[in-house]
Design a binder for this molecule. Structure first.
Ligand code: FMN
Length: 200
């Protein structure tokens, strides 16, 4: 499937075959593609919690408005951001760069993020959003459907997954085999409403 088709055919699916099990090799392929999603300064601040335990999935469903796709999908991924990835041995993000480039970037990373909590959080949300779309398009190409989700109690989910204090939850992506087609696209804003040339 080419990218255009994957974009056009991706829809937020609500009903999945609860009996379908994704093979480990498929999960590995999917996550390998997600890890190619870009992050600012290559800080790779996303963390992907794959919720494999059935009890935990049920508990998460209970704090996600009882949405069935949380348990019926083959894979529930809780996308989180490590707010402090920028200061955790940042040289490793540029391990293969020439020394002067690495030194410059490590210093630039520190200058950019230190003391800027809102920027750290915004960056985490940006990275997870891009990774989420990467996951959904890769899933489509692999013959799967998906649903992005934020309809859940963030604090409760954080507790259930033992979220570290310097991380935040961004969103879920569930992936599986659709059992029902979605309703037609509700309505798209015309391009003239959302595409701005040069200035608002
Ligand atoms: C950040 C985000 C959160 C969403 N949360 C939910 C959710 O909790 N439950 C759900 O059924 N759909 C959720 N959706 C799906 C949207 O309703 C859906 O993407 C939108 O209506 C457009 O439909 P489409 O994705 O099929 O094109 C979410 C989508 C996004 C991008």
């Amino acid at each position: 499937m080419d990218v255009q088709k994957a974009i056009e055919e991706r829809r937020a699916v609500k009903h999945f075959d609860a009996n379908h099990i994704m093979r480990e090799a498929e999960i590995e392929k999917l996550m390998g593609l997600a890890l190619l999603a870009p992050t600012a300064f290559n800080i790779q601040n996303w963390r992907f919690v794959l919720v494999r335990d059935a009890d935990l999935r049920n508990q998460i469903r209970a704090v996600a408005g009882n949405q069935a796709q949380v348990v019926e999908a083959s894979l529930l991924i809780v996308l989180c951001a490590d707010l402090k990835s920028w200061e955790k041995n940042p040289a490793r993000y540029w391990a293969h760069a020439p020394r002067p480039v690495k030194d410059y970037l490590v210093s630039a990373i520190d200058k950019y993020y230190r003391g800027r909590e809102q920027v750290q959080r915004d960056e985490g949300m940006r990275s997870c959003g891009i990774a989420a779309q990467t996951l959904m398009l890769a899933a489509k190409e692999m013959g799967y459907d998906s649903c992005p989700m934020d309809g859940f109690d963030y604090d409760a989910v954080g507790e259930l997954i033992n979220l570290p204090a310097d991380h935040v939850v961004s969103m879920f992506v569930v992936i599986g085999k659709a059992t029902q087609s979605t309703w037609p696209l509700p309505w798209q804003l015309p391009m003239s409403d959302v595409v701005i040339n040069d200035q608002f």
